[in-house]
Design a protein around this ligand. Sequence first.
Ligand SMILES: Nc1ncnc2c1ncn2[C@@H]1O[C@H](COP(=O)(O)OP(=O)(O)OP(=O)(O)O)[C@@H](O)[C@H]1O
Ligand SMILES: Nc1nc2c(ncn2[C@@H]2O[C@H](COP(=O)(O)O)[C@@H](O)[C@H]2O)c(=O)[nH]1
Length: 206
Amino acid sequence: MIEEKGILFILSGPSGVGKGTVRKALFEQDTNLKYSISMTTRSKREGERDGVDYFFRTHDEFKEMIQQRKLLEYAEYVGNYYGTPKQYVEKMIEDGHDVFLEIEVQGAMQVKENFPQGVFIFLIPPSLEELKNRIQDRGTESEDLISSRLEEARNEIEMMDAYDYVVVNDDVMNAVSKVQSIVQGEHCKKERVIKQYKSLLEVEKE
Ligand SMILES: Nc1ncnc2c1ncn2[C@@H]1O[C@H](COP(=O)(O)OP(=O)(O)OP(=O)(O)O)[C@@H](O)[C@H]1O
Ligand SMILES: Nc1nc2c(ncn2[C@@H]2O[C@H](COP(=O)(O)O)[C@@H](O)[C@H]2O)c(=O)[nH]1
């Protein structure tokens, strides 16, 4: 039998584009996907839970994770640190699960350097006006923070060329179905299947 390793999917996009919304809807449909819960130093939003939405940590705790090299990637974004705990991702991939990261672009570029076989997906809004409306209507950030995030959004969108796929989040279910096609399609990529098949042949030879 072909032993399949999991695939690492990385979803980025400007704040408020709908990454979390699309990811949650996708996870209701795809049960092989595992979400990598990030660590952050930002404060909890109303309704967010430690260990579910994020691992909420102090700056000192976060720095310790960096020093101990326990993060796959990390970045400072609009005054806070965000990072991906390494151990969970490596274990899940090894066990054959696809892992989904929802991270900003600086972190995604670090993953690309260390994990080039990952699949990089960039989510864009139908317009910048719509992005502003979405982040404002969400009502989770102050006006100042919304401005900082929107400023950051312009730089982030310029990075989309570094991604393998770009999906427009016009309608949530439309975007979900596109991301799902990407996930399924990646399992049939000949480079991936041939690599797995070659290791199977090696094992059978022994
Ligand atoms: N396709 C869509 N059409 C209209 N509204 C949407 C759509 N997708 C998401 N939204 C809304 O936009 C807001 C931002 O979505 P969400 O929180 O998922 O964005 P995000 O990219 O994860 O943001 P952040 O990076 O800041 O965490 C939410 O209020 C969500 O309901
Ligand atoms: N580099 C990383 N970025 C991350 C991670 N987890 C989340 N994020 C991104 O940060 C911004 C802000 O998130 P918010 O929850 O405060 O709105 C957003 O783009 C997230 O995708 C991570 O582990 N590493």
